[in-house]
Design a protein around this ligand. Structure first.
Ligand SMILES: C[S@@+](CC[C@H](N)C(=O)[O-])C[C@H]1O[C@@H](n2cnc3c(N)ncnc32)[C@H](O)[C@@H]1O
Length: 270
């Protein structure tokens, strides 16, 4: 019989053999598998359960494989001006490849304008579990010389975001990080936690509370989806509003609430 670590290595490889998990951070695959091994009857069941968890928290947001190689070729041909109409239409197209940013497109400009209005303009952003959201930079109220740090668990997505930052000479970095455990060690005026808490809480019920406590920024924009990936919205705003109130219990933070079609947001200032 295989030694425990060798067995876990083999199972990680087995999960990552599937195309949609190939670029997922190995650290996350390993930690989800370890938790499932403790709960399930055997390795086969653990692999199946881990794949299902990883689908729920990550793969479900990317309907089909994202054509990063083609995107990179187009990126190289774009004008250098981030606000050029060709660049904006390229970014809109790219944003539609991830369910989370796709749903936000109709409200994107007004969403960031209204939610960030109390801050004026921002100098540094930390975007946690970013998906493709850093591509909204042209729609954000940013100061000249701003910095942008983003993290997620897909290495191919992070490589693409780093190429985007480099192409437009943005002082940005996209790094792999499992935010149920730790955060990138940067100081930022504003941290974004967009539509991510429900996703993390599917793996660990206390992940949302721990996450808010780990963030050191004075301002945090937290949001929740107002409907499911399948489009159902029954009671979601009320439920997430209640969940958010539980997460804030005992904290003397100033909170401003915003409601948009498809998304409920809260700006925390402290
Ligand atoms: C609902 S999407 C939100 C994406 C983005 N924040 C937005 O609103 O457009 C959730 C994101 O969380 C990422 N994710 C899931 N679990 C994570 C973890 N443990 N650490 C970091 N990112 C994670 C997924 O890959 C996915 O991009």
């Amino acid at each position: 019989m295989a030694e425990p670590d060798t067995l876990l290595d083999a199972l990680v490889e087995q999960v990552q053999r599937a195309e949609k998990y190939r670029h997922l951070s190995e650290v996350l695959v390993r930690s989800v598998l370890t938790a499932e091994m403790e709960k399930r009857r055997g390795p086969k069941e653990a692999v199946k359960a881990a794949r299902s968890k990883l689908h729920q928290v990550a793969a479900a947001y990317q309907g089909k494989p994202i054509p990063y190689a083609a995107w990179l070729k187009e990126l190289a041909q774009l004008p250098q001006d981030l606000h050029h109409p060709d660049v904006l239409s390229y970014l809109m197209h790219a944003l539609s490849a991830h369910a989370s940013t796709r749903e936000r497109i109709p409200i994107q400009a007004v969403f960031f304008q209204e939610c960030l209005a109390p801050l004026g303009s921002v100098h540094s952003i930390l975007d946690l579990a970013c998906g493709l959201n850093p591509l909204v930079i042209p729609w954000l109220p940013l100061q000249p010389g701003f910095t942008y740090t983003a993290c997620d668990i897909y290495t191919d997505m992070l490589d693409f975001l780093n190429a985007f930052f480099a192409r437009f000479k943005i002082d940005g970095h996209a790094v792999p990080c499992d935010i149920t455990r730790e955060l990138p060690p940067v100081k930022a005026d504003l941290t974004l936690v967009l539509k991510t808490i429900p996703c993390l809480e599917q793996i660990d019920k206390d992940a949302g509370r721990r996450l808010l406590e780990m963030i050191s920024s004075p301002n945090i924009l937290v949001s929740f989806p107002a409907h499911s990936l399948g489009g159902k919205s029954k009671g979601m705003v009320r439920n997430y509003e209640r969940r958010f109130a539980e997460l804030l219990a005992g904290k003397a933070w100033q909170v401003t609430r915003f409601e948009f079609p498809g998304e409920l947001a809260f700006l925390i200032q402290r």
